[in-house]
Ligand binder design. Structure first.
Ligand code: NAP
Length: 493
């Protein structure tokens, strides 16, 4: 494929993506042939239509997952691992097409979409290796009168709900460990970006995943389709990635049948720059932590807390870098910032910026939508953002960097921890003692120390406080899909 894909390339990858519901190993239409439109956020034009599942279709998907669970749990771990390994290989070989499809449905620049495909594929490789490392234990009871056999079993049927911002990786992060553990599943991708998940379902099938193990239901009625499945009682786990308000609703629904839950929810990441920081490194990290995915990431730096003595040069350097970014359609060569996902998201970002400015923030650069089709917003730097500004408490989910100053470490930590969220924090300092002290006291599941990127399939990703429950990835990622069974063995010596 040429550097900038042609209209034919775009047409080809959209045409290749399945548009049905994937149930019991087959692509099929929704009941009543219902469809929903998938839009290109860089033009606002329709890309294609996909099947729009009804609650009856959701029930059929759960039936298929339930029917496949028993035999899949008994498949040899090596065979499950090989399916995951082949999935990694196919995704890697088709990375260009998968990335283009993602850019078309979601908007992120092609280079970032390729990065996400590599990241998503890596979950399949990582968990192909973990599938054969599920272990247990054997122990002697303290009084010597019995023996303990401890082993791990798949949790059972899982329900997955994923967001639009990382259309491949957020699903891969759940599907790969579930397959490794021997769980079947129903996944509901976001209605805004279903095509990437449809392609992954196709690839998993090509890699040998048995029918019914993975079922995909795209729908415009997320609540009515998923709630009955959560309350049904046959699924044993719900894993959700999305906003905290929706996570709260799903946790309440899961309580009825006491489902195991994993919740990867919203963030409000503080980005701390201390007076001894390497400023160039901090600006580099800020660009990554803020501008990856146009700021539409749960890990996006949401509040820049900068020591007073370096605030001026940091703001200037950051505004200068942000000002040089090329905004445009993600398929075009050289574009670094794509559109926001829809008009509602752009209006929300603009509303947060206006609110901050009305309350006294200074605009260093940007602070306005881009005219024309598509949902573009200019990279924005705001200084002296007052604590009353809504963006201090709410996820911005856009290319906006609000800066406030602090005078000492305690003040910085108090401000950083003053949030209901606790997903990730970023710390820039060259002082090792301070780095460790601050990292320990930050109330977040992850800390980026002199780096603006924490995501890695081999590391445990997740938050504390209202950013979620559980961890995805790393050695403990598979544990979310395993139950521990203990067998007490009478022993007479
Ligand atoms: P969202 O509105 O919570 O939606 C997430 C998913 O939930 C979508 O598939 C959505 O379907 C579905 N959904 C919405 N209401 C539902 C309901 N009542 N019942 C069942 N499903 C429902 O979040 P989003 O706007 O897509 O994604 C952005 C949010 O995700 C941000 O808060 C971000 O921080 C968070 N996020 C967290 C992580 C993490 O790892 N912690 C990673 C990425 C994103 P439709 O889209 O089809 O309506």
């Amino acid at each position: 494929m040429a550097n900038t894909p042609t209209a034919q390339d775009e047409h080809r990858v959209v045409e290749a993506a399945p548009t049905g519901l994937f149930i019991g190993g087959e692509w099929r239409s929704a009941t009543g042939d219902r469809t929903l439109v998938v839009e290109d956020p860089s033009t606002g034009e329709p890309l294609t239509e996909v099947a729009d599942a009804t609650p009856a279709d959701g029930a059929a998907a759960l039936d298929a997952a339930v029917a496949a669970q028993d035999s899949f749990a008994r498949m040899a771990p090596r065979d499950r691992g090989e399916i995951l390994r082949r999935t990694y290989e196919i995704m890697t070989a088709r990375a260009d097409d998968l990335a283009l499809l993602m850019t078309l449905e979601m908007g992120k620049p092609l280079a970032e979409a390729k990065g996400e495909i590599a990241y998503a594929a890596e979950f399949f490789r990582w968990f192909s290796e973990e599938a054969v490392r599920i272990d247990g234990g054997y122990a002697i009871a303290p009084n010597g009168a019995s023996r303990f056999l401890i082993h791990k079993q798949p949790v059972g049927v899982c329900l997955f709900i994923t967001p639009w911002n990382f259309p491949a990786a957020m699903g891969a992060r759940k599907i790969a460990p579930a397959v490794a553990a021997g769980c079947t599943m129903v996944i509901k991708p976001s209605e805004l970006t279903p095509l990437s998940m449809h392609m992954i379902a196709d690839i998993l099938t090509e890699a040998g995943l048995p029918p019914g193990v993975l079922n995909v239901v795209t729908t415009s009625e997320a609540g009515p389709v998923m709630e009955p499945l959560i309350r049904d009682g046959r699924a044993r786990k719900l894993s959700f990635t999305g906003s905290t308000p929706v996570g709260r609703i799903l946790l309440a629904q899961s309580a009825e049948k006491v489902l195991r839950t994993s919740m990867e929810l919203g963030g409000n990441a503080p980005f701390l720059v201390f007076d001894d920081a390497d400023l160039d490194k901090a600006v580099e990290g800020a660009m990554l932590a803020k501008m990856r995915n146009m700021g539409e990431a749960c890990t996006a730096a949401n509040r820049f807390l900068v020591h007073r003595s370096v605030a001026e040069p940091f703001a200037e350097k950051l505004a200068e870098r942000m000002g040089t970014l090329t905004v445009g359609r993600g398929t075009e060569e050289g574009v670094q910032v794509g559109p926001l996902v829809d008009g509602k998201s752009r209006a929300k970002v603009d509303g947060l910026v206006r609110d901050a400015v009305e309350k006294g923030a200074d605009v260093v650069g940007g602070a306005e939508p881009v005219d024309g089709p598509g949902y573009f917003y200019r990279p924005t730097v705001l200084r002296d953002v007052p604590i009353q500004a809504r963006m201090v408490r709410e996820e911005i989910f856009g290319p906006v960097a609000p800066i406030t100053v602090f005078d000492d470490d305690d003040q910085a930590l108090a401000a950083a921890n003053d949030s209901e969220f606790g997903l990730v924090s970023y710390v820039f300092t060259e002082n090792l003692d301070r780095a460790l002290r601050v990292s320990e006291r930050l109330e977040s599941g992850m800390v980026g120390l002199n780096t603006g990127l924490v995501s890695n399939p081999a590391a445990p990703f997740g938050g504390v406080k209202q950013s979620g429950l559980g961890r995805e990835g790393g050695r403990i990622g598979i544990e979310e899909f395993l139950e521990t069974k203990y067998v007490a063995i009478g022993f007479s010596g």
